[in-house]
Design a protein around this ligand. Structure first.
Ligand code: LLP
Length: 429
C-alpha cells in the first residue's frame, strides 16, 4: 500500500497536494506519478526489450515518458498506432543488429487476432511489424506486404488471469494461434512467402509468476518446431501488481532468469542470437495512477452507509467489470481529519446499481473501512493507472475526465476534460 499520513488518509500524490489538484483541474481527475512509471520501467532493465502494452494507459504523455526510458510499444488498433507515432515512436526497426549481436527490435508492433480494414491499411502504410494471432492475418498481410517477416502469437493451450475475462489462453480464449496448429500455420506462411521471425505468448492479465513460468517451457517447444528463422521470443505481459493490503511485489529477477535460460538454449540450438522481449501493461502504470473524486453525498440505506462520489464506472470500470479491488483513501477538506474509521460502501453518480467501487466479483456490494467523510471531502482511488482512463466511457453522457502528470513536485494537464460540446460532436438531428 502507498503510505499516507494516517490509515485511510492521503493529502499528497508524489509531493503534490490532492486538494490543489482537485481545485485546479476539477474532479473526477486522473493523476499519474511520472517517477513511479520510470521506476517500473527500470525494474525490467534486464530484458532486451520492454514493450509497453499501451492499452493499459495510452495517454501521449505516458507514451512519451516510457519511450524516453527506452521502452518500445505494442499497438492493437489503428488508434494505438496513431498514438505511438504521435508520441515519437518510429515505425521501423533500425536495419543493423546492435553491438551485442542482437537482431534489431521493432519500435512498434501491431498485435491482434484480426486486421480490421483500417488497421491493415495503417500497418501497410507505415510498414509496421505484425504479430499475428490468427492464421488468416498472414495471407491478408502477404497480399499487401509480400515477403514481410511476422511473429506469431501462440495460444499454448492454458491461460490464467485475475478474472476469467482476462484469461487469454486455453480453449476458452479466442486469442492466439492454437499451439497444435503451428505446423499447418508454418506451411501457410511459407506458401504466402512470409518469414516467421518471432514467437509470442500472453496467457492473461493479472496472473501470477507460477502460471507465467509455465509459458517459457511451452514457448520453447513451439520455437523448436518453428526452427532457425526465429530471432525473437516474447514472454507477453501479465506481470502481477499488488492491489490489496498485504500483497507484495513478485520476484522478477527469478522470472527473468528462467526466460533468459530458455532464450540461451534456443540460441545454442539455432546458432544465433535471440532477442528476449517482455510486454507489460499493468506493471508499468498501475501504481502510478490515482482517481481524485469528490464526495457529494453520504447516506444510509438501512444499516449500510454509502459515500457517493462524482466518479462512477464511466470513470473507472474495473470494479463493475471484474469486481476488482482498488485501495481508497480520504483527503479531508480541512486540517482536521476524522480518526475514526467506519465501514462504508462507495458508489458513483450513474443511474445503475452496479455503479459501486466497493463490489466483489458477481456484483455484491461490500464495504471498506475509511475515515469518516462528508460532502466536499475528496476520495482518492489508488492503483488506477492501468486499465483506468482507457476504459472510461461517456455513459450517462458524462464527459471523460482530465488527466494530469505529476513530476518532480510539479503538475501539468496532459488531457483536457471533455466538454458538453465534445459529447455531441458528430451528432445531428
Ligand atoms: N500483451 C497482450 C497481447 C495483451 O493482450 C495484454 C493485455 C498485455 C500484453 C498486457 O497485459 P498486462 O501486463 O497489463 O497484464 N482490462 C483488464 C486487463 C485486460 C488485459 C488485456 N490484454 C483489467 O482491467 O484488468
Amino acid at each position: 500500500m502507498i503510505a499516507s499520513s494516517a490509515p485511510g488518509l492521503r493529502r499528497e500524490i508524489a509531493g503534490v497536494s490532492v486538494a490543489e489538484l482537485a481545485e485546479r483541474y476539477g474532479t473526477p481527475l486522473y493523476v499519474y506519478d511520472a517517477e513511479m512509471i520510470r521506476r517500473r520501467c527500470r525494474d525490467l532493465a534486464a530484458w532486451d526489450t520492454v514493450r509497453f502494452a499501451q492499452k493499459a494507459c495510452s495517454n501521449l504523455a505516458v507514451l512519451d515518458l516510457v519511450r524516453r526510458e527506452g521502452v518500445l510499444v505494442d499497438a492493437v488498433s489503428t488508434g494505438e498506432i496513431h498514438r505511438a507515432l504521435a508520441a515519437g515512436y518510429t515505425p521501423h526497426a533500425a536495419k543493423v543488429a546492435s553491438a551485442d549481436g542482437l537482431p534489431p527490435a521493432h519500435p512498434i508492433v501491431y498485435t491482434a487476432d484480426i486486421f480490421d480494414r483500417a488497421s491493415l491499411d495503417a500497418v501497410v502504410k507505415h510498414g509496421i511489424h505484425v504479430n499475428c494471432g490468427s492464421a488468416d492475418m498472414i495471407e491478408q498481410l502477404a497480399e499487401r506486404m509480400p515477403g514481410a517477416s511476422i511473429t506469431l502469437r501462440v495460444n499454448p493451450g492454458f491461460g490464467h488471469g485475475h478474472s476469467q475475462k482476462t484469461n487469454t489462453g486455453g480453449e476458452g480464449s479466442k486469442h492466439g494461434i492454437w499451439h497444435e496448429e503451428i505446423p499447418d500455420v508454418l506451411r501457410r506462411a511459407e506458401w504466402a512467402g512470409m518469414q516467421v521471425s518471432g514467437l509470442h505468448m500472453h496467457i492473461g492479465s493479472g496472473t501470477d509468476l507460477a502460471h507465467l513460468a509455465e509459458v517459457a517451457e511451452a514457448l520453447e517447444r513451439v520455437a523448436i518446431e518453428v526452427g532457425r528463422s526465429l530471432t525473437m521470443v516474447s514472454a507477453g505481459g501479465g506481470l502481477p501488481v499488488p492491489y490489496k493490503p498485504g500483497e507484495v511485489h513478485a520476484d522478477l529477477s527469478g522470472y527473468f532468469t528462467l526466460w533468459d535460460a530458455t532464450r540461451k538454449r534456443l540460441e545454442d540450438r539455432f546458432g544465433h542470437r535471440i532477442r528476449l522481449e517482455i510486454e507489460p501493461g499493468r506493471y508499468l502504470t498501475a501504481e502510478s495512477g490515482f482517481v481524485i473524486t469528490e464526495v457529494r453525498a453520504v447516506k444510509k440505506q438501512g444499516t449500510r452507509k454509502y459515500l457517493l462520489v462524482d466518479a462512477g464506472f464511466n470513470t473507472l470500470a474495473r470494479p463493475v467489470l471484474y469486481g476488482s479491488y482498488h485501495p481508497m483513501s480520504i483527503c479531508p477538506q480541512g486540517d482536521d481529519a476524522a480518526q475514526r474509521l467506519e465501514e462504508v460502501a462507495v458508489g458513483g453518480p450513474l443511474c445503475e446499481s452496479g455503479d459501486i467501487f466497493t463490489q466483489t466479483d458477481g456484483g455484491f456490494v461490500a464495504t471498506r473501512p475509511l475515515p469518516a467523510a462528508g460532502a466536499g471531502d475528496l476520495l482518492v482511488i489508488e492503483i488506477a493507472g492501468a486499465y483506468g482512463f482507457v476504459m472510461a466511457s461517456n455513459y450517462n453522457s458524462k464527459p471523460l475526465p482530465a488527466e494530469v502528470l505529476v513530476d518532480g513536485g510539479s503538475h501539468r494537464l496532459v488531457r483536457a476534460r471533455q466538454t458538453p460540446e465534445d459529447l455531441v460532436r458528430g451528432e445531428c438531428v
